[in-house]
Design a protein around this ligand. Structure first.
Ligand code: SF4
Length: 468
């Protein structure tokens, strides 16, 4: 998915950019980058973070970089930030999102301007951030360029653009990803995740609305373009991607997870000895479940963090499965003979969860009940890029539907509706395939209520296929 961070300050801000960017490491696995404005040019650095954490890669360079303004990113896809010199001046740019019509926009550029070219990435594709910079450079100002990018791009694209004047921050048109402003004496920061604020001394100042553009300078926030009316912020930020200490649209991630888990427990009458969360994002939901059900919370297995510290997995599926297996250590003394209930954020393919459950049975668990914190995932996301592929046909729910129907049905609307027989058959099928004792998913209404910002503002496409 990726995350952005930037600082403007009256003093050197390199350390803040470094730590603030690093605090987005749970959002991406591919590339990390920083660009610092040094007064006459940018000091820019990008590293591969697939096997080494961001901080370890940038640590050695830090003492040589100085500057009072900078941006950084954790990217799941392309190398960024890019530095550019155009008729608008020098700038550095970084983006988060997914440009679905990238090829069409590029083709239009080629057909109207023969002199245009894009650098090819190692995979032969166009760097989406470069495409955004080209769109911007066609216009007469950064404001016009950022608005043009919002107009042309299908999917989503939030942008930080560092200029000698300050940082332009542009939230994607429907606000699928957040951009939040923090402030402290002499400095402002802009961040995808507000969990960056506390330890760097910032306090919440402002959250951009959908499509809103601001210019951040050490003197304050200048409004460049107003927010749009409609919002479709990603519900998965609360369910899975967001860090527990982050808050978007006034709702903290951990608080939402506790509320969501409590709602899951209401009306659930399964007899169990212990509630637990699949680390890390299942834990907040499980604590809510435990508090509501009055069944004690416990840790039947522990994540081995000294060397497996990152919450995301490598890109390769086989290595990812191996890492997932090696990371979790069961405690047989707690598991043996017990009926355990686990909250997990979601079930994507279900392969890792099945392996975890098999491990618990090998440790002589009596029963293993699974309670995902969101409804069955039925549609792949069209709006954000994820490091872990969520191709539609790989989803456990889609696999179950194909098994039940013998082929991909023309309509899957009934399978998205918990009141139908088809939905119940699909859940039973997933439960059997993954070897759970029972399986009960959260329903969309309780999940959206737990977020609590108004259901019309929340994207729920991956559960019901509905979009604005
Ligand atoms: S489709 Fe799902 S993952 Fe994608 S933005 Fe919507 S809620 Fe988030």
């Amino acid at each position: 998915m990726g995350g952005l961070f930037g600082v403007v300050s009256k003093e050197d801000c390199v350390t803040d950019v470094y730590f603030g960017t690093d605090y987005h490491s749970h959002l991406g696995t591919s590339r990390g980058g920083m660009a610092i404005w040094g007064g006459s040019s940018f000091n820019r650095s990008i590293h591969n973070i697939e096997n080494t954490p961001f901080r370890a890669k940038f640590d050695a360079e830090l003492s040589n970089i100085k500057g009072t303004m900078g941006i950084g990113c954790i990217s799941d896809t392309e190398p960024q930030p890019l530095t550019v010199r155009s008729h608008l001046g020098q700038y550095a740019i970084t983006t988060v999102g997914k440009i679905n019509n990238l090829d069409q926009i590029a083709a239009k550029e080629f057909s109207t301007q023969k002199s245009i070219h894009f650098m090819e990435t190692s995979k032969g594709s166009i760097n989406p951030t470069e495409l955004v910079s080209v769109i911007i450079d066609h216009e007469n100002s950064f404001k016009e360029g950022l608005l043009k990018a919002q107009e042309l791009i299908e999917g989503s694209c939030s942008v930080l653009l560092l200029t000698p004047r300050g940082i332009y921050a542009s939230r994607d048109k429907l606000g699928r990803t957040p951009l939040i402003i923090g402030e402290k004496e002499g400095s402002y920061c802009v961040s995808s995740e507000s969990c960056t604020f506390a330890n760097l001394g910032y306090s919440f100042s402002y959250e951009l609305g959908p499509g809103e553009i601001i210019l951040l300078t050490p003197e304050g926030i200048e409004k460049i373009a107003p927010p749009r009316d409609k919002m479709q912020i990603c519900a998965f930020l609360w369910v899975y991607y967001g860090y527990p200490s982050s808050t978007y649209e006034g709702m903290n991630v951990e608080v939402m997870r506790n509320r969501n888990g409590a709602a899951l427990a209401k009306g659930d009458n399964v007899k169990i000895d212990m509630v637990s969360g699949i680390p890390d994002s299942g834990v907040g939901h499980a604590i809510g479940y435990s508090n509501q059900s009055k069944v004690p919370y416990g840790r039947p297995f522990i994540k081995y963090t000294p060397t497996w510290s990152r919450s995301f997995m490598p890109q390769n599926q086989d290595i990812r499965n191996l890492v997932a297996r090696m990371k979790l250590m069961p405690i047989p003394e707690i598991v043996t003979g017990k009926s355990l209930l686990f909250c997990d954020d979601s079930i994507v393919r279900g392969t890792q969860l099945r392996e975890t459950v098999d491990l618990l049975y090998r440790c002589k668990a009596r029963e293993v009940h699974i309670r995902p914190a969101c409804p069955p995932l039925v549609f792949g996301c069209k709006f954000l890029n994820f490091s872990v592929s969520r191709s539609e046909m790989d989803l456990a729910a889609r696999q179950a539907i194909i098994e039940l129907e013998g082929k991909e049905p023309e309509s899957i609307a009934e399978y998205c509706d918990p009141s139908t027989e088809q939905y119940n058959c699909m859940v039973d099928c997933i439960c059997k395939r993954l070897n759970f004792s029972t399986l009960k998913y959260q329903n969309i209404h309780d999940m959206v209520d737990a977020i609590g910002i108004g259901r019309e503002k929340i994207c729920t496409y991956c559960w019901n296929g509905k979009e604005l």
